[in-house]
Write a protein that binds this ligand. Structure first.
Ligand code: HPA
Ligand code: ZN
Length: 324
């Protein structure tokens, strides 16, 4: 089964590029850019990755991102992830980036997005890996701040496929960003949002009804509402589930308690993704492997999950037909 996982060409739909920054590169960039980080060694960084919930992770994750200064830094981080795509047989990836994490530190929007984009262009050229960029608003900041970021993003409209919502979930429901997402939709962006990772199903309903999302990122709390499960199934709304992340952030106590098999058996369009692989102990294949090691997944389940990753992607219908 592990062979099957490794052999199948896959798509990844929930990957924060800042979450692919490995401790080794973080340490190297901190030295190069003379940025103080609260760790004396790579081992110390790794030791700090012990989380109790989403917020405890985010605090460390935003601190780590502070080492990224130049366009080359963003290129190097993205290129390192592309190498992992090759290793994991990911042939299409849709990556999130959080511009506000960087513009708040005085790094220009252009530096961030052009560094990422150059690496993605090179990935297509060198390995044939296709990709889309999804810009996320940080939900712990205001809608006004999101609007400012949105205005900056419009200059790069041709290289941004979608708009998403991430960061601290509880207390920052999708409704807080209703107006900016309406504008994003009018401008033709694909809409997604993190919802139902830690917060209850009302956040998923708001993402669907107020933001009109095409996919729900995480969404595992949907299990708590029969009515919502029925809707997600009928409308075949994709859930981009991130098993390792859910375990590391204590959404579930163990892999055996993870609900992805239940969601799949209920015929929801669920996908497997790595979220922040440098922080959550492994890239995409490792997420699949941890699932088969702990849940009663069949070969057919794995094939279905991989098919779903293409079905739920924003690639053209033509390409989808080729991949499915
Ligand atoms: N949830 C919310 N925000 C995030 C995550 C996540 O899993 N990863 C990076 N930013
Ligand atoms: Zn995420």
């Amino acid at each position: 089964m592990i062979d099957l996982i490794k052999k199948l060409p896959k798509a990844e739909l929930h990957l924060h590029i800042e979450g692919s920054l490995e401790p080794e590169l973080m340490f190297k960039l901190a030295k190069k850019n003379k940025i103080d980080i609260p760790y004396k060694s790579i081992e110390e960084i790794k030791k700090a990755y012990d989380f109790s919930n989403l917020q405890s992770f985010l605090d460390i994750y935003y601190a780590g991102a502070a080492v990224l200064i130049t366009k080359e830094d963003f290129y190097d981080m993205t290129w390192a992830y592309i190498k992992k795509c090759v290793e994991n047989n990911i042939i299409h990836t849709e990556i999130f980036f959080d511009p506000q994490t960087h513009t708040k530190r005085g790094i220009s929007f252009e530096t961030v997005i052009l560094g990422i984009k150059q690496a993605l262009d090179d990935a297509k050229e060198k390995y044939g890996i296709t990709s889309h960029i999804i810009m996320c608003f940080l939900r712990h900041l205001s809608q006004e701040d999101a609007f400012k970021t949105f205005e900056e993003a419009l200059v790069f409209k041709n290289i941004i496929k979608g708009i998403g919502l991430d960061s601290s979930e509880i207390g920052h429901p999708p409704s807080k960003f209703k107006d900016v997402f309406k504008k994003a939709k009018e401008e033709g962006f694909e809409i997604v949002a993190h919802a139902g990772e830690e917060a209850d199903v009302s956040y998923i309903y708001e993402a669907l009804d107020l933001l009109e999302v095409k996919r729900i990122d995480h969404g595992v709390q949907a299990i708590n509402s029969k009515e919502l499960l029925k809707r997600l199934k009928e409308e075949q709304i994709p859930l981009t589930v991130c098993p390792n992340s859910n375990i590391e952030l204590k959404v579930f106590n163990s892999y055996k308690e993870h609900n992805i098999k239940k969601l799949l058996d209920y015929n929801l369009l669920v996908t497997v993704n790595s979220d922040d692989p440098a922080y959550f102990k492994g890239y995409l294949n490792q997420n699949y492997i941890n699932l088969v090691d702990n849940l009663e997944l069949t070969d057919e389940d794995i094939i279905q999950l991989v098919k779903n990753s293409f079905k739920a992607s924003f690639i053209s219908d033509e390409l989808k037909e080729k991949y499915l």
